[in-house]
Ligand binder design. Sequence first.
Ligand code: HDE
Length: 684
Amino acid sequence: MAKQNGQGSYRGTGGELHQTNTDSQAHLTTNQGVSVSDDQNTLTVGPSGPQLLEDHVMREKITHFDHERIPERVVHARGYGAHGYFEPYKSHAKLTKAAFLQDPKERTPVFVRFSTVAGSAGSPDTARDVRGFAVKFYTSEGNYDLVGNNIPVFFIQDAIKFPDLIHSVKPAPDRDFPQAQSAHDTFWDFVGLTPESMHMLMWVMSDRAIPRSFRMMEGFGIHTFRMINKQGDSTFVKFHWRPKLGTYSLMWDEAVKIAGADPDFHRRDLWNAIESGDYPEWELSVQAFTAEQAEEFGYDVLDPTKLVPEEEVPLTPLGRMVLDRNVENFFAETEQVAFCPSHVVPGIDFSNDPLLQGRLFSYLDTQLSRLGSPNFHQIPINAPKNSAQNFQRDGHMQMGVPAGRVANEPNSLDDGSPRENPKEGFASYQAEEAGSKQRIRPESFADHYTQARLFYHSMTTPEQKHIVGGLAFELGKCKETKVHTRMLGHLRHIDKDLSIEVAEALGMKGQADKIKPAVEPFDMKPSPALSQYAKAPDSIAGKKIGLLTTHGVESKLYNALLKAAKEESAQVEVIAPTIGPMETSSGKEIEPDHFLSGAPSALFDAVVIAPADESLAAMPDAVNWLRDAYAHLKVIGYNGNTEQLFRKAGIEQGADEGVLDVAGGQFDALVAAAKKHRVWGREP
Ligand code: HDE
């Protein structure tokens, strides 16, 4: 039996590995600032006796821990944020009086949060889903939140349908699965009964829903907004973010494999890029048009299921945004940041888009339950950088100490108290509105297929194939026949061949429901700007080349690869059968970034396989690595020690323009091929 009264006890610290406070270090304290003498042991009566309720140190620590979580966002729960700045290229005074868009010398701090929509906070980054693209501008006139997505249209036209849409895509309430997936009956049943979602579905089934990186993703404000200039003129605008690196996506099979190998693929990518000083950058543009122009478009610009083709209204570049600082604390910043589309500044205003109008209510409301207090604007990440001053007082977690006896306006008791600013304060655009109260959609919102068809017909052949594959995968996961046949019926109005190809993939040819459209769709002129690959830059900047190799890798080849990648602002990561340090043929030590069985080739944009001998051929992981790289249409470089490996993988060396001999360090052809992103001709 253990001895009582301190005899036979020890400090329970981890022995010699544990370091206690030195004179130069800060002291650990309780939240009341009281210095803590022992953070290893709860207060007990003797070494084996009962614990004492009076142990305020232990109780404070555990109580805080018990309350560490707050409700996750009801949508967009999984996200990742970073700080940066925005600078306009020139003054845009003609369009808007917003201060942050006037002076090219003035940088406005920003905080950006990227997210998926359906999954919970712990779900994998690479799920097929829409991505949130929310930007908070801390302007000199207060905070402006541009809360957008990476897809320029939305599933529904009226906010009253949002809870239904989200309930349909989230895990079923009885069984709580599937997680972070739209591939299930409730979602496809709902969208099949909601034809206005057809355009968005084309985007979500396309490569756009599996981005390669947050850094390689476009962003859109979706709704039509207004910009107001000093003279009070209003111009309609649609916001676009375009990444400097180009817009790229994963293959579906890659996304699935990455979800297992690295569920944090997108956040890790953003974090690493910023940590290494490779700051991601986007250009902010608007499509600007007048109300009179909008009358001529043939679709309603207030309908969030419609876009304005860039060929019809080109982009006007406004400025650039650079993300150059990771957060210091994920919870304090990324989790507590509160975006609200209603946070606008003078010079930016709303339109009557019914989805936008609903959002203007929802976001402020949701912050109250998520962050728990109307004082959420006082949390540092949400606080405006100019000062907020008004007579709002009290409430949970009031952090300030507002002085004085006056908390009302008007008042004549405190000359120093804040007053309205009729000249420069926010004033809504005085749009003329009239009409009877009713619950009804405008007739001009009724065409649900024309722009879905526009999108499909604007894709390159590989992009179209991926849409067919996406639809077949998702519908193939549904069990209800009526869900299949209804969707096949909708697809016929988008494109007959598309419907037939999906039906063939499901083994359901000729089973499409007859659906009568509310309005007959028509053919718009295809918009090449909608294709990611048609406008991809000729570059591999920001991308990753995986070098699979072994101890003794030829140093000439290794150095040539590093040089070629550096010249193109790309990165090389070394994958080896073991993770311990190894050497090149000239004796230089290299520490592999990954070990083979933990890093499938799906994690890289292009690969080089250059071992020192044929030993990789005996490793099933290496054979799969090569097979996957080939199946994912990657450019593959190889050296002379890979003949057996290729034979085992069933791939011919030099099989196509993307399987290239790089022995001796010849990387020109490999770099040129990798600039095309993938070897599209290889796709079956
Ligand atoms: Fe959101 N959305 N949303 N949404 N949304 C939220 O607000 C909502 C919509 C978007 O990183 C919530 O703070 C309604 C469109 C992003 O913190 C909530 C409707 C677009 C984010 C909410 C929509 C978005 C949200 C949940 C239909 C693109 C993440 C947590 C009318 C233009 C922001 C929160 C972040 C988050 C409501 C539709 C973008 C519940 C009612 C369209 C990027 O308020």
